[in-house]
Design a protein around this ligand. Structure first.
Ligand code: KIV
Ligand code: NA
Length: 265
């Protein structure tokens, strides 16, 4: 079986098909999602929060991104793998963006990259696409801008809604194959989805986007503490893993592990 390509994603919108995307940060988890039929995986810079122990996505480096994206590519055979360009790796301009994206394509083997920003990232997206690197845009809440933007719903009010529409069109005009809409009112996300010919991928953007993405650690209940209202928890892996660790500890301390069947003579 061949890998899914950006052309398959384009064709899905033409057929009116919805599709799921999950984040992944390691080969083993990615292989599970690949076998489950998840067509697109994002090696998100959410790895900062979910995998590397940072408070935000801001500190994540392209070294970290490249290493984990390579693992996700190795763990999968079918999914389209999209890697995030990290904060500071594309803001200087198109040439810097191309250098970062090229590294991710060559060293990690991703099929596409994602970067944040609409109008403000237009020239970066354009050069990557012209250079043969498929780009997924990301507008609305852009977590790399947490220090200026905070974490609140974007596109509320007429002016902000108009800006979001301009950002969406800028991403599409620059040649992106899809665009993430993060934490925007459902009505605006629906309008963007109607206007654009490229697929919209919603997170906290209501039910009318072409695709939905969740951060996998939230989706499987691995994240400790509070999770955003827009996520849905489909499992409680934090409980399952904790219970397994406690049972192992009890067995070792009580002398009931290992047994004869675990032992060599
Ligand atoms: O890094 C990430 O996980 C993302 C998604 C939330 C879209 O950018
Ligand atoms: Na991200």
């Amino acid at each position: 079986t061949r890998r899914i390509t950006v052309h398959d994603i384009t064709a899905a919108k033409e057929r009116g098909e919805k599709w799921p995307m999950l984040t992944a940060y390691d080969a083993m988890t990615a292989s599970v999602f690949d076998e489950a039929g998840i067509p697109v995986m994002l090696v998100g810079d959410s790895m900062g929060n979910c995998h590397l122990g940072y408070d935000t996505t801001v500190p994540v480096t392209m070294d970290e991104m490249t290493m984990l994206a390579a693992a996700v590519v190795r763990g999968t055979s079918r999914a389209l793998i999209v890697g995030d360009l990290t904060f500071g790796s594309y803001q200087e301009g198109p040439v810097q963006a191309l250098r970062s994206a090229t590294r991710l394509v060559k060293e990690a083997g991703v099929g596409a990259v994602k970067l944040e920003g609409g109008e403000r990232s237009h020239t970066q997206i354009e050069l990557l696409v012209q250079s043969g690197i498929p780009v997924m845009g990301h507008i609305g809440l852009t977590p790399q801008s947490v220090n200026s933007m905070g974490y609140r719903v974007q596109g509320r009010g007429e002016e902000a809604a108009q800006q979001l529409l301009r950002d969406a069109k800028a991403v599409q005009d620059a040649g992106a194959f899809a665009v993430v809409l993060e934490l925007v009112p459902s009505e605006i996300a629906a309008e963007v989805t109607r206007i654009l010919h490229i697929p919209t991928v919603g997170i906290g953007a209501g039910p009318e986007t072409d695709a939905q993405v969740l951060v996998y650690t939230d989706m499987v209940g691995l994240t400790g503490g509070k999770v955003p209202r827009f996520t849905k928890q489909y499992a409680n892996l934090r409980q399952t893993l904790g219970d397994a660790a406690k049972a192992f500890a009890d067995d070792v301390m009580g002398g009931s592990f290992p047994q004869e069947e675990h032992t060599f003579h």
